[in-house]
Design a protein around this ligand. Structure first.
Ligand SMILES: Cc1ncc(COP(=O)(O)O)c(C=O)c1O
Length: 402
């Protein structure tokens, strides 16, 4: 492997000074030898590093892990032990989060759910609302029809109004699907209040893997203006602000460091929101992206227009599904230390033309069938959207440093 690839491997962490040892390439190869491929390796020390880093740099903001980004119960359990809250977007995600409460008294369970869960999908199935009403669940909404549903199916829920904010420069844009227009927000708060629903505060999402840190500044100003409008109309009980997700993973050197973003957020928060406003956020990718690796085996090789092309046993319908669903550019690396790198194609195992990982990977030209390759920064939106397409099952999962 050349110096260029080494930099990619070791620069993958958020941590400025990592507390725990980085998993080595040798360990990855040993795991693949022991467990076979395709293999998805989750490093729980890195999850702990990431939540510690979030808390260190955003001390006012309580992290609620966005389960959708990787719902593995082991990941949820580690973050539960670290004291995280959870952003759930479906009944099964609620169940993954609350699996950790076994053995708790009913009263403690109720309290934990009250304090530690936000159901952050603005559109909720009626059955779910009915089933979870007894927990007085914190839920987001962004439209008038949802208010009617809350009134009918979950009158005890506590509402957070999601506002539409600029998603400029985000890799995954969310503002065309979610969020109330600022001019409708005060009316939506009052519609919920009129329906007998308690409105706790506001939320926003600047778009996943944001590159424009100003989006947070703009969103926080918009939220502060809406707090003020609502208060002017008489309702002064909003006390929560949910800063959503967006916190970028360090996929490459172009991603600005998290402390820089944190400084931008802290400045606006402290200028605009009094200390008694409870601030939470819904980081998903930030927590898990750097905590997982995928290891695959080369099952086929050819040359297309002179370019070496490798067919590996994981692909775009499986662990690399983030290429399609998350607009990711996943890099595949060789374990070889010495080889000259050239531009290669890397394909997944299925019979489908869409199953392309990349036509521009830097790999040795002389890798052989049976050789192993790996990708780092694979924790988010990867295994979570893996399918069984063409009869190929999702990669086997191994947890280390549990
Ligand atoms: C409502 C909500 N919260 C949190 C997240 C997680 O955000 P991120 O991917 O930026 O970590 C998402 C992702 O789409 C989301 O839709």
């Amino acid at each position: 492997m050349t110096g260029k690839k080494d930099r990619g491997f070791f620069a993958r962490s958020h941590s400025l000074a990592r507390r725990n040892k980085v998993i080595t390439k040798q360990q990855l190869q040993e795991l693949a030898k022991e467990h076979g491929t395709p293999l998805f390796v989750v490093d729980h020390d890195e999850l702990r590093n990431n939540i510690a880093m979030f808390r260190k740099y955003l001390p006012r903001v309580v992290p609620f892990y966005a389960i959708k980004s990787n719902p593995m119960p082991e990941i949820v359990h580690t973050l539960y032990e670290e004291g995280a809250g959870f952003d759930v977007a479906s009944l099964p995600e609620f169940e993954v989060a609350t699996q950790n409460l076994k053995g708790m008294s009913d009263a403690d369970k109720m309290k934990w759910i009250y304090d530690k869960i936000i159901y952050a999908n603005t559109i909720k199935p009626m059955e779910m609302l009915e089933a979870l009403d007894k927990y007085k669940l914190l839920v987001t909404y962004d439209n008038f029809d949802e208010v009617k549903k809350l009134k009918k199916y979950s009158p005890n829920s506590r509402a957070i109004l999601r506002i539409c904010v600029p998603n400029k420069g985000a890799v995954v844009e969310l503002s065309s699907k979610f969020g109330a227009m600022p001019e409708d927000c005060a009316d939506l708060v009052y519609a919920a209040l009129d329906a007998g629903i308690s409105v706790e505060g506001l939320s926003f999402h600047v778009g996943s893997q944001t590159t424009e840190f100003d989006n947070y500044t703009i969103a926080l100003k918009l939220a502060a203006d809406i707090f003020e409008q609502v208060a002017k109309r008489g309702y002064k009980k909003m006390h929560m602000l949910d800063l959503g997700g967006g916190y970028p993973a360090p996929y490459d050197e172009s991603v600005k460091p998290f402390p820089v973003l944190a400084e931008v957020i802290n400045k606006s928060l402290n200028e605009l929101f009094p200390k008694d406003i409870f601030c939470l956020a819904e980081p998903g990718r930030f927590m898990n992206a750097t905590a997982a690796y995928s290891i695959s085996r080369i099952n086929g090789k050819t040359f297309r227009k002179g370019k070496p092309c490798y067919y590996i046993n994981d692909g775009a319908y499986h662990t690399y599904s983030g290429i399609i669903f998350d607009h990711q550019h996943c890099h595949v690396h060789s374990f070889r230390e010495d080889a000259k790198l050239v531009e290669c194609g890397v394909f997944g195992p299925t019979c489908d033309a869409l199953d392309v990982i990349s036509m521009h990977e830097q790999l040795p030209a002389d890798l052989q069938i049976g050789d192993l390759v790996y990708s780092d920064n694979m924790g988010a939106y990867s295994h979570a959207s893996s399918t069984w397409f063409n009869g190929f099952p999702p990669a086997k999962v191994i947890h280390i440093n549990l």
